[in-house]
Design a protein around this ligand. Structure first.
Ligand SMILES: NC(=O)c1ccc[n+]([C@@H]2O[C@H](COP(=O)([O-])OP(=O)(O)OC[C@H]3O[C@@H](n4cnc5c(N)ncnc54)[C@H](O)[C@@H]3O)[C@@H](O)[C@H]2O)c1
Length: 254
């Protein structure tokens, strides 16, 4: 740990058009940060609506359409943030996609699609944000999206679960490397949070709820994740790093 006095003013949230990313972006605005919201082209309308909500809270919002799997596009998100908002203090590498299929049948292309967004995308966000934060010399917060499935595997979720294990591993390694710069690196590890990602597979026989044996009482809301991110971003959370924090209503323990 360093003696750098961290005072966050700006954040980037990827995959912020809806669900957990949207909720995190709004919460960070409530906390007084200016926020760059990112998502892909077909989410522009929803992303603009999130930006308007942030502005209505009296904070600056910047919309950057970019595909997080592409190095130059993640660089663009960071460069635009620094140009328009002045600096980068917080990176929330939230964008992720789902995917289910048995090990026996899963097409390689499906595996690679999940890993491109959930692992390569998160790595690019960590790397490019960290370079900017180190350059600034004011410390930082980097936060990734893992999952309870990054702690324990589940049948039929091999691609997704292993991608979230990878985020957890990367988070530990990055925390060890970046601590000397006053940058903490953590991840959230949600259980089942009711978003558009999960909604379609929540009910019916063979549903995710069946697969993971999730009782109704432990279905979470995006705000449950936004609140832990809000805390991790605060200066007082400087002593927490390298963690992937389960938020699942008590279904699973480390
Ligand atoms: N909802 C859950 O129960 C749950 C549980 C554990 C982990 N997570 C993780 O939390 C994160 C957010 O989940 P959510 O439920 O809000 O999902 P969501 O599908 O509602 O939102 C994800 C957003 O990411 C965007 N996105 C996808 N690919 C992108 C790319 N290449 N570049 C930029 N943006 C991209 C999507 O367009 C979408 O708006 C994901 O990483 C997910 O794996 C979710």
């Amino acid at each position: 740990m360093t003696s750098i006095k961290f005072a966050p003013q700006t954040a980037i949230v990827t995959g912020a058009a809806r669900g957990i990313g949207r909720s995190i972006a709004l919460r960070l605005a409530d906390d007084g940060l200016d926020v760059t919201v990112n998502d892909i082209e077909n989410k522009l309308e929803a992303l603009n609506a999130v930006a308007d909500e942030i502005r209505s809270k009296g904070r600056k919002a910047l919309v950057v359409i970019a595909d997080c799997t592409q190095e130059s596009e993640v660089q663009h998100i960071v460069d635009e943030t620094v140009k328009e908002l002045g600096r980068l203090d917080v990176m929330v590498a939230n964008a992720g996609i789902g995917g289910a299929g048995s090990i026996l049948k899963l097409p390689l292309a499906d595996w690679e699609k999940v890993w491109a967004v959930n692992v390569r995308g998160v790595f690019l966000c960590y790397q490019i944000a960290a370079r900017q934060m180190v350059k600034q010399g004011n410390g930082g917060r980097i936060i990734g999206a893992s999952s309870v499935l990054g702690k324990k595997g589940n049948a039929l979720l091999g691609a997704y679960s292993s991608s979230k294990f990878a985020v957890r591993g990367l988070t530990q390694c990055a925390a060890l490397e970046l601590g000397e710069h006053g940058i903490t690196v953590n991840a959230y590890a949600p259980g089942i949070i009711q978003t558009d990602l999960i909604g379609p597979v929540l009910s019916g026989p063979g549903s995710l709820r069946d697969l993971m044996k999730i009782p109704d009482a432990t279905l979470g809301q995006p705000e449950n994740i936004a609140s832990i991110v809000s805390y991790l971003v605060k200066p007082e959370a400087h002593f927490i790093t390298g963690q992937s924090i389960i938020v699942d209503g008590g279904v699973q323990f480390d």
